[in-house]
Design a protein around this ligand. Structure first.
Ligand code: UD1
Length: 426
């Protein structure tokens, strides 16, 4: 297993390219199951989670062809063709490695009238149930059975009728599954209290390009008029707002100045607002975002919330940044109940943090120091990288398979802007 060695203290400067969004790609890929025609996605990031999902698609008999395999290629072009499905079962072995596999439930059900998907099970950042995914599909007329660790969803003969569902809690994944099931339903469906994250807008835009009829895109009230069939499409995956936000924190903590090429400021509204409050200079234009440190970092109080609120996926990285602010910050996590696993590791690097329940109090310190650390999830791992870039001495980050799930060529990108970081065999 590899680890990262980071020697802190270099001021980051230069231009860093932002990849296609992992979480968008993971919801766009299953759209290929909704049509017999090819779906070509551009700007697909090269990540372990995406490879896993492509593998899962092949399991259903979908042909997957990838262009841009050369090491120097950033965005890949991937064509999926589901002319005939040979299976509608997502087995435990593939699903357990990647929770996002649950996103095939809605599209398989819509296309084939049935889907059997292994329950994703627990996850390091909380319980993460799938009850809302199932309730939404039931509201559309699906029959759901749970047996031997699998969810089996079936549509009545002639297909899903469609229906209305009001989400009691905003759920990104459940909204995505419901959308993919509703587009081929016989009637009209309405989703209220739906998530409106930019990745959902990306999904709606692709579905529309495939011939779906969706009203209310970008709002929490979506009306979907089912259509008989969908066509193929060629579509570019949106920029990764979390990757961009993570590198913005990295630039700021090192007192640096970095251009995030390809970042979309509109999708980063709350993260950029938080950075500005912290005293970081942020400039936005059509093709990217420029970040420049601007004197001392100021403490702030931040609370995560569904979009357009502050993304929970940015909480750990902002916490790392605030470890070096001049004063005390308070971070509240409202989305996941167990998402402070980076705290003990940051403390080992000299941070002063007191986390209780869903609140963390971060007292800024003068210096962070290098240490041997490891994290148990993707964004928590990134917070350790950010802290390490500003720490005195060397940090070793272990278990970097978490980072490989979500950051395309992390060390290469950071090297581009002057970080002292290398990947070595552990
Ligand atoms: C997605 C993102 C993840 C992000 C999260 C919140 C992907 C692949 N992952 O995860 O990076 O952190 O959105 O922005 O896109 N809930 C239920 N029942 C359900 C589903 C969810 O109670 O059936 C709860 C969850 O426990 C959580 C909250 O709803 O407290 C939000 O979760 P959700 O938006 O569904 O997250 P994911 O789609 O899993």
């Amino acid at each position: 297993m590899d680890k990262l060695l980071i020697r802190g203290g270099n001021r980051l400067s230069g231009t860093l390219p932002i990849s296609g969004a992992k979480n968008a790609a993971l919801t766009l890929i299953p759209c290929a199951l909704l049509t017999e025609e090819p779906l070509t996605l551009r700007n697909v990031p090269r990540l372990a989670d995406i490879d896993g999902f492509q593998h899962l698609m092949a399991q259903f008999g979908v042909s997957v062809s990838i262009r841009g395999k050369r090491p120097e290629d950033f965005g890949r072009v991937v064509t999926f063709e589901a002319s005939r499905l040979t299976s509608t079962v997502a087995p435990y072995d593939l699903v357990r490695k990647m929770r996002a596999s649950i996103l095939v439930l809605g599209s398989l059900l819509a296309r084939a009238g049935e889907a059997t998907v292994s329950m994703p099970g627990g996850c390091a950042i909380g319980n993460r149930p799938i009850d809302l995914h199932l309730q939404a599909l039931e509201a559309f007329g699906a029959n759901i059975e749970l047996a031997q660790g699998y969810v089996k969803a079936t549509a009545p003969d002639g297909g899903l009728p469609g229906g209305d569902f009001d989400f009691p809690v905003v759920s990104v994944g459940a909204t995505e599954n419901a959308l993919m099931a509703a587009v081929l339903a016989n009637g009209t469906s309405r989703l209220t209290g739906a998530a409106r994250e930019p990745e959902i807008v990306d999904l709606c835009n692709l579905l529309t390009a495939m011939g779906a009829e969706i009203e209310g895109i970008g709002t929490s009230d979506l009306t979907i008029h089912g259509v008989k069939r969908l066509n193929g499409a060629t579509y570019k995956v949106m920029a990764d707002r979390i990757e961009a936000g993570s590198y913005a924190c990295a630039a700021a903590i090192t007192g640096g100045e970095v251009r995030l090429e390809g970042a979309d400021a509109e999708n980063m509204i709350s993260s950029l607002a938080a950075l500005r409050k912290i005293g970081v200079h942020v400039e936005e234009d059509k093709s990217g975002v420029s970040i420049a440190a601007n004197g001392a970092l100021k403490p702030v109080d931040l609370t995560t919330a569904p979009f357009p609120g502050l993304a929970t996926d940015m909480q750990a990285q902002l916490m790392a940044l605030l470890c070096k602010a001049e004063g005390t910050s308070v971070l509240k996590e409202t989305i996941f109940e167990n998402r402070f696993m980076h705290v003990p590791e940051l403390i080992r690097m000299g941070a002063d943090i007191n986390a209780e329940g869903r609140t963390a109090v971060v007292k800024g310190v003068q210096n962070l120091t290098g240490a041997e650390v490891m994290a148990t999830d993707l964004r928590a791992s990134m917070s350790l990288v950010i802290a390490a870039l500003a720490a005195e001495g060397e940090t070793q980050v272990r278990r970097i398979y978490h980072l490989d799930r979500g950051y395309e060529r992390l060390e290469e990108k950071l090297q581009l802007v002057g970080a002292d970081i290398e990947r070595v065999d552990d």
